[in-house]
Write a protein that binds this ligand. Structure first.
Ligand code: SER
Length: 506
């Protein structure tokens, strides 16, 4: 087995399945099309759900892809361990009512043992406990001794993600060696320890999970396989985790260079270095796919990722704007597989720079005040930051609650979120009462930010003499996720804003 780069593995996989009659499709966008059940594509098969259900006809019955994926449920763990990441690529080969278990198992074995030349003794399959058919294929067709095939329950070996196509699966594990194990006598694939790592999931997709949790048989039997590219690369490169994989390590090294830090010298620095590396991989890919930072939906996921990356940069002691420099390396490492990255290079850089600048301004104002609040709370012997304080930061400085929570947590304090909500409600009620007293306004009953109400300048009306005019924007007003209005310094395409102009003809 020779060490192979991540880009080389991707290419080998896709070519291998082309040689088995598959059509190679480019990765679908991270933004799901016509699928309200998810914010972002989270698995290789997700964009192809309509092909599995039979709702749409695929361009060929055999397809292979390497799909960009983002999973964010454990965003706060990212960095703290080297296992978690939000962005990954998933290699997959798919059959839409064409081949099934008898073909896919031997092909997976052939690719791993002959193309990648992984020693067969290091590979262990698992099957769903009731799936005698898959068990027999591994034993009789491939020749794996029975004691090396593990039967696992629904939790491990039945794949489903929300509603839609799903089914029993067979996973292939790589044995990293006894030295990585827990030492328990029953340690085997499926064990929580670090010895056996799952590298490929072969899903025999034959059911359609309904909203009510029931399963209907699909019209056709399908195959959906998913092999995490970074995981396969770890195996091929003999490294421990995704941050050590060649292309990812280049990004990580760039972060270290910018910060003047050495990886593995200090735990807290390592956390920050990993957060920035992972989050800038996700962010660059999301922006390239058209997501813009905003306060809701996937735009909020992006904003959160970028703001976390920016904040951890400050924790590393980076004072200047630096995220575009990291994004340059992300683009460089990925542009051959994802040509959109090069084509949209300037646009991606612009969005990143704007968001980082906006964040710096917010943080500069908010952090100082938050630190004071934290100090005072500590002096008073409190283990919790008052909800009112967190709300003040949010309301007056646009300082996001999740950031307050993280900074407070680093200082050993929790945040009274109930109190935060109460303050929010109080403010809303007061704003509503205040607007009732005023004449009807165009702001939908929500109070204008104080910067606007304190501004005594007026909009000059030129409509008696002209139909158009040049005007300066005096205020940009946005709405946060609670519907409150706040002032912003800039807006980018896609933002919903109210603007107040110095002159108007309308
Ligand atoms: N859908 C399966 C997974 O994501 C295989 O592609 O693991």
């Amino acid at each position: 087995m020779e060490p192979l780069g991540l880009n080389e593995i991707r290419e080998r996989y896709l070519s291998f399945f082309e040689s088995k009659g598959h059509l190679r499709l480019p990765s679908f966008s991270l933004v799901p099309q016509n699928d309200p059940s998810i914010l972002l594509i989270n698995a290789g098969m997700t964009p192809m759900k309509p092909y599995f259900t039979g709702a749409e006809t695929p361009p060929r019955k055999r397809v292979t892809t390497c799909q960009k994926c983002i999973r964010t449920p454990d965003i706060e763990n990212v960095g703290h361990t080297s296992r978690h990441g939000t962005y990954f690529e998933m290699l997959g080969n798919f059959s839409f009512g064409d081949y099934f278990k008898d073909e896919v198992i031997p092909w997976a074995w052939e690719f791993l043992t002959q193309n990648l030349e992984i020693e067969p003794e290091k590979l262990y399959p698992s099957v769903f406990e009731e799936d005698d058919e898959a068990f027999a294929i591994w034993r009789d067709k491939i020749g794996i001794p029975e004691e090396r095939i593990t039967r696992l329950g629904k939790e491990d070996n039945f794949w489903e993600h929300g509603t839609g196509p799903c089914g029993p699966c067979s996973e292939i594990y790589f044995d990293r060696g006894i030295e990585h194990g827990c030492g328990k006598p029953d340690c085997k694939p499926g064990c929580e320890c670090d010895r056996f790592v799952e590298i490929w999931n072969l899903v025999f997709s034959q059911f359609d999970r309904q909203e009510d949790g029931s399963y209907l048989p699909l019209k056709q039997k399908n195959i959906d396989t998913g092999a995490g590219l970074e995981r396969v690369a770890c195996v091929m490169q003999g490294v421990d985790n995704l941050f050590e994989v060649d292309t990812v390590r280049k990004i990580l090294d760039t972060v270290c260079n910018i910060a003047g830090k050495t990886y593995h010298a200090n735990h807290d620095d390592d956390v920050a270095i990993r957060v920035i590396t992972d989050h800038m991989r996700s962010s660059t890919m999301m922006i390239s796919d058209g997501v813009l930072p905003s306060n809701e939906g996937r735009g909020y996921v992006l904003r959160r990722l970028m703001r976390r990356a920016a904040r951890f940069g400050r924790l590393l002691g980076i004072e200047r704007l630096f995220l575009t420099e990291v994004a340059e390396v992300v683009i460089d490492q990925n542009k051959d597989a994802y040509p959109d990255l090069a084509a949209r290079h300037d646009y991606i850089m612009k969005i990143i720079a704007l968001e980082e600048e906006a964040f710096h301004r917010t943080v500069a104002a908010g952090t100082e005040i938050l630190n004071e609040m934290i100090e005072n709370a500590k002096k008073e012997g409190k283990a919790e930051l008052a909800g009112e304080d967190a709300f003040k930061l949010h309301d007056t400085y646009g300082f996001p609650l999740d950031l307050t929570k993280e900074i407070a947590k680093d200082a050993g304090l929790s945040v009274d979120e109930e109190g935060f909500k109460t303050s929010m409600k109080k403010q809303k009620d007061a704003a509503r009462a205040a607007t009732k007293e005023k004449v009807d306004t165009a702001w939908g009953g929500t109070a204008l930010p104080s910067e606007v109400t304190a501004d005594t300048s007026v909009t000059e009306y030129l409509g008696y003499d002209s139909l158009d005019c040049d005007a300066k924007i005096l205020h940009i007003i946005k709405k946060d996720e609670e519907g409150n209005l706040f002032s912003e310094d800039e807006a980018v395409s896609g933002d919903e804003v109210i603007i107040i102009l110095g002159k108007t003809t309308a």
